[in-house]
Design a protein around this ligand. Structure first.
Ligand SMILES: Nc1ncnc2c1ncn2[C@@H]1O[C@H](COP(=O)(O)OP(=O)(O)OP(=O)(O)O)[C@@H](O)[C@H]1O
Ligand SMILES: [Mg+2]
Length: 257
């Protein structure tokens, strides 16, 4: 392969359709994420964002369509298949335990998983410190119990937790929805750090300020269909909003279809 070889996306979804009885949650949706890229997935309530995230994370399987991982056809039949494929997801509820410390939360449910042997407390603590350092995460101590952390710090713990499995793709469903301005800034810095580390990040968000601050590309869903694809650095707020609300039909770059 020469330097001009086309880049292969970490994940490509082609013509994905998912119905819940009469509801068309996704219809013919195309979606890609590359390494070193943050792709925002935006759209109104019920647009199909979480359905797409759940397909990526193996919680749901599509009715039809093609999924490719690193250019190879793939299926993601369940969450452990997603995990094995290097896909990690932080769902909105975070699923953390308030009465455990940071280290215990990172290893929750995986204490015995490293090569089938039990990890010692010291090793778990070292790994936790390394991951938080990699993320430049501002958590005072790995021994702090979760209830003593701010919302932004809790979100960092949830993101750090995904990195235990060395993922290539991280899916974040509304990571800043419940956060203050300062905490949101912390989480956005963390997302930029994930990109620097080479991951592909799928960011689901209602917050256009966050989305435009941190993402490279913005994909709009409307009524379960692609309704726009924008370069985040050049797209205007109005054009993104128009795609979300349906004031415009499909837009890619500055071309309307
Ligand atoms: N398990 C389910 N059973 C039936 N219908 C569902 C199910 N999950 C989602 N839907 C429907 O599919 C459509 C897409 O929902 P989805 O949750 O993907 O939207 P969303 O873009 O994440 O919305 P929000 O911004 O409100 O989180 C909606 O009409 C929703 O009611
Ligand atoms: Mg949702």
């Amino acid at each position: 392969m020469g330097a001009t070889a086309p880049r292969v996306p970490l994940l490509a979804m082609k013509q994905i359709t998912k119905r819940f009885n009469a509801v068309e949650a996704l219809v013919g949706v195309d979606f890609e994420v590359y390494a070193h890229e943050v792709v925002a997935l935006v759209g109104d309530n019920g647009a199909g964002k979480s359905t797409l995230a759940q397909i990526v994370s193996g919680v749901l399987t599509p009715d039809s369509g093609i999924i490719e991982l690193a250019g190879e056809p793939a299926t993601i039949p369940n969450p452990s298949a997603a995990h094995a494929a290097g896909i990690a997801t932080v769902f909105q509820d975070l699923a953390l335990c308030d009465n455990l410390d940071v280290t215990a939360n990172l290893f929750l449910g995986r204490e015995a998983t490293a090569g089938g042997s039990f990890l010692r407390d010291g090793e778990m603590e070292q790994t936790t410190k390394r991951i938080l350092r990699d993320l430049n995460s501002p958590i005072p101590s790995v021994k702090t119990q979760l209830h003593a952390l701010s919302g932004g710090q809790r979100q960092s713990v949830a993101i750090a937790r995904t990195l235990i499995g060395n993922p290539r793709i991280v899916v974040l469903d509304e990571p800043t929805a419940a956060l203050s301005v300062a905490q949101t800034a912390e989480v956005l810095t963390l997302i930029e750090r994930l990109r620097e580390l080479g991951l592909g990040v799928i960011l689901i968000s209602h917050n256009m300020v966050d989305v435009r601050a941190v993402s490279d590309r913005i994909e709009v869903l409307r009524h379960g269909r692609n309704n726009g694809s924008f370069d985040a650095t050049t797209a205007s707020y109005e054009s993104i909003l128009a795609a979300i609300t349906g004031a415009t039909s499909y837009i890619k770059g500055d071309r309307a279809y």
